[in-house]
Design a binder for this molecule. Sequence first.
Ligand code: AMP
Ligand code: ZN
Length: 484
Amino acid sequence: MLRLHNTLTRELENFRPLRQENVKVYYCGPTPYNYAHIGNLRTYLFEDFVVRTLRYLGWRVDTVMNVTDIDDKTIRDSLKQNVALKELTEKYTEIFLEDIRRLRIVPADKIVPISTLVDDMVAMIQKLIDRGYAYVSDDGSVYYSISKFKKYGELAHLDMSGMKSSVRIDNDEYEKDSVADFALWKAYDEAADGENRWVAKLTVEGKETELPGRPGWHIECSACNMKHHGPQIDIHMGAIDNLFPHHQNEVAQTEACTGKPFAKYWMHGGHLLVDNKKMAKSAGNFYTLRDVVEKIGADKEELVCRGFRLMALQTQYRENFNFTFDRLDASMRTVSGFDETFRRLSRYDAKEGKVNRDFRNELQGYVQAYVEALENDFSTAEALAVVFAFQTFVNASIDSKKMTLPEKESVIEMFRSFDSVLALFDFALLEAVAVDPELDMMLEDRNVAKASKDFATADALRDEILAKGYRIVDTKDGSFLEPV
Ligand code: AMP
Ligand code: ZN
């Protein structure tokens, strides 16, 4: 039975999805005004582990993610750089998608730029006005009246006893001590908004009103869920900094419209820290994935990405994780270790036979432990520990030279199955590289020369092979050719 930590109750709960076809999962997407930093990407990795685990455990899952292509920051930077908002946000959305592809993150089934949802947001705002949860301020903005929503503060565990009502805030982001009525629609302000202007046609106190402006940040995720998932979802995810005000406000908006509980489970990931401080664009202490790749070497890009993925897997998702280049280096070496096991497997010349009972039991033990780890609130670090133990077993089986062909095949099958969550391995390494038989003969001659201590001949043959594009790799399992 899968158990997960629900922020709503602050408890580990058994996972029992709402009765609907597929498990509905939502997570807040990027604000594409700049490169994502690796802290942002850590959050998308955590969400990827959750979705992949649900699918691995047999659930059918529908995922939706928004793209915040209208907000304070995107508009601010498009004006500063003098480029159209759409041009700026499309550029950084593409870069974001490329980054997550490199990190082997499965993109959400639906990726929704919120500029496609303005009518849906306005319709929701209308409903909130009709139901008495929202009001129009003197400057033509629309605010959510938090005192009207009795459960305000429940998700974020706020103490609302000293709350001052009708204090207003129009920033998208704010801290707990400025808890206040928040903007659903912001009146047009030429200096701040430039040409970015939409018109909300609303009926207020029986009168048709046109309010030029733009949507606030929080309403977008409510509208996106409503349109693409419906009124209720199973799991809502995000990083912990989004719990307040963003997620709290999503709950207030959606539930005031539907009268039903919005998300059954709320899951929040910890932050990525640098030198024990939260990595943030505003603090200027951030690395993008590209920065990290550049620092280590572009030729190692693929390994860097897998190494970073492994680091995220090794950290419990609710904990903060402190990024250091030493840790990344260690993770890259661990990934290379898996590659080496795969190379050894590919070279391993297995004999026909059957899968021994002990061998099968051993494998079953790993699968069981792996599933148990994941079912324990997505403990990817524990699941990885099982995979390391499995890797040791595989290496020992290769050493023993007793592993049969069907046993080798079942080992590969297990790696594939583990990898549906981990997405760390390089299965191409298992494809035997077809080598010209002439080169194979040269390798044989070289080995004979080496064994009889005729090093001059051995070296000459090695150089000749190298000139033909292959490197000799001497291992404890024998010598092999690898394309350079
Ligand atoms: P943004 O593109 O700014 O909307 O952020 C995308 C996601 O990254 C949000 O879920 C943020 O909460 C999350 N996030 C921002 N900073 C960090 C950090 N240092 N570590 C982990 N996640 C973060
Ligand atoms: Zn959101």
